[in-house]
Design a protein around this ligand. Structure first.
Ligand code: LLP
Length: 436
């Protein structure tokens, strides 16, 4: 079922009209559909059921406590990359025993926190990190479950900024280095190698990269067992692509079909780290047009959501559908390979925010129905890497977030205030008065 849908000329999130949410909570506003999150999670859980999987939702995609709480209550595990994210999981009632801890720069404090919490495993990204985990575990009289992160050197065929599984990546290790690491790990009292981790990139809409990665993973599991490690977990990461334009996403069954033979051959339990696939299409960003403006041949729609609220278009030239909240039809699909822009088209707008940067845009040359000051816009597919990447640039308070369940909407993060923004500075005012 569509969780965001136009009915009677206006956009609904489940049973609630987006216009009513904008009126009640203001704009810019992130609006999430509870049912959309859960449908995506449950699809992953059921399609991979054969492998008794732990779906470790990638907290970085959308880390709102209410979102984590809802996912935890539906059996989700978690993928965290910092002590802060682990604390969120713990505060939300998530199970650290179903949580994996990734990241290339874990500090001793973070390692100790994760050890004491009892995380399922550490995704180890380098030899130096392995040494640190071994040392910290022994200091605590513990043994850390680890899974080396291996770069299978496959081409994920996605944006270079979010492709991570190639040989020369900041993340993980090439196969030779990984095997050298597991060789050394045999003598480490603080380390128990229990799994293998791969994550090849993000927004991957092809299945072949997963087939290649899974096959290499199964081979490696066998080699590592030959070294004497009891490997029980195959963690194949996240990266499953979603529809931004419409029509580009693969069904989860398509990924599963190509991965299954290798997972089966490995005899391992499966862990996955989906972020975008769970959260991306569970959210929209609502904004309101402040002014329209003509400049040379260009027409600008200046609305109250900016790059500080949703960074993806500015940072990655990412495409998000944008459409009026009041409209008689759904936003049209934009075929892959076309960016949706129609320079010079009489109905095309640059959708921009108030931030003082030329790079502050949500869309360029985008054909839209007629719009004027005061109208509401919806930016689609904004549930993942939206609010989590928001900043206070230009001293702009970050948006509020609302979670919709059926006919009911609940505020899950209040809009920031000016006082929130300056609080940490005011705490230091005393020093300044002393002339420092
Ligand atoms: N596991 C690891 C080790 C990761 O690095 C990531 C994402 C994930 C899982 C989750 O990937 P997903 O299933 O969401 O594709 N800010 C960018 C995306 C950065 C992804 C970073 N790593 C964006 O807005 O497109």
């Amino acid at each position: 079922p569509p969780f965001f849908e136009y009915r009677d000329g206006t956009l609904y999130c489940e049973g609630v009209a987006a216009r009513d949410l904008a009126a009640r909570f203001g704009t810019p506003l992130y609006v999430y559909s509870r049912a959309a999150f859960l449908a995506a999670l449950e699809e992953l859980q059921s399609v991979f059921a054969e492998f008794d999987p732990v779906i470790c939702y990638s907290v970085k995609a959308n880390s709102n406590l209410s979102v984590l709480k809802m996912l935890a209550a539906h059996g989700s595990g978690f993928d965290v990359v910092s002590s802060g994210e682990l604390r969120r999981v713990e505060e939300a009632g998530g199970d650290p025993g179903r949580t994996v801890f990734a990241g290339v720069g874990k500090t001793d404090e973070e390692i100790a926190h994760a050890l004491k919490s009892g995380v399922l495993m550490f995704n180890v990204e380098s030899e130096a990190e392995l040494d640190a985990i071994d040392r910290v575990s022994r200091e605590h009289g513990l043994q850390a479950p680890v899974a080396p992160r291996v770069n299978p050197d496959v081409d994920p065929q996605t944006h270079r900024y979010i492709s991570t599984g190639h040989k020369e990546s900041k993340f993980g290790m090439d196969i030779t280095r990984a095997l050298r690491l597991t060789e050394r790990a045999r003598d480490m009292a603080g380390i128990k190698v229990v799994g293998l981790h791969m994550h090849i990139g993000s927004q991957i809409t092809k299945t072949q990269p997963y087939a290649d990665a899974a096959a290499k993973a199964a081979d490696l599991v066998a080699t590592m067992r030959g070294q004497g490690h009891a490997i029980q977990w195959l963690n194949l990461g996240g990266g499953f692509g979603i529809d931004y334009r419409g029509g580009e996403a693969q069904p989860i069954t398509a990924y599963a079909a190509v991965m299954a033979p290798a997972i089966r051959a490995s005899g391992c339990r499966l862990a996955l780290e989906p972020g975008r696939r769970v959260a991306g299409n569970a959210g929209v960003l609502l904004s309101r047009v402040i002014f329209t403006k003509v400049s040379g041949d260009k027409r600008f729609l200046i609305q109250d959501a900016a790059m500080n609220d949703l960074l993806r278009p500015s940072l990655y030239q990412a495409f998000h559908k944008i459409w009026p909240v009041e409209a008689s039809m759904q936003p049209p699909d934009i075929p892959a390979g076309h960016d949706g822009s129609q320079p010079g088209a009489s109905d095309a707008w640059d959708v921009v925010g108030p931030v003082c940067e030329s790079g502050d845009f949500l869309a360029k040359d985008r054909p839209l129905p007629p719009l004027e000051r005061g109208d509401l816009l919806a930016v689609f597919s904004a549930g993942a890497y939206g609010m989590v990447m928001a900043s206070n640039y230009n001293t702009r308070p970050r948006p509020a977030e609302v979670l919709v369940e059926g006919n009911h909407a609940r505020l899950i993060r209040r809009r920031e205030t000016y006082d929130d923004l300056v609080a940490a500075e005011r705490d230091c005012e005393g020093d300044r008065q002393e002339g420092l």
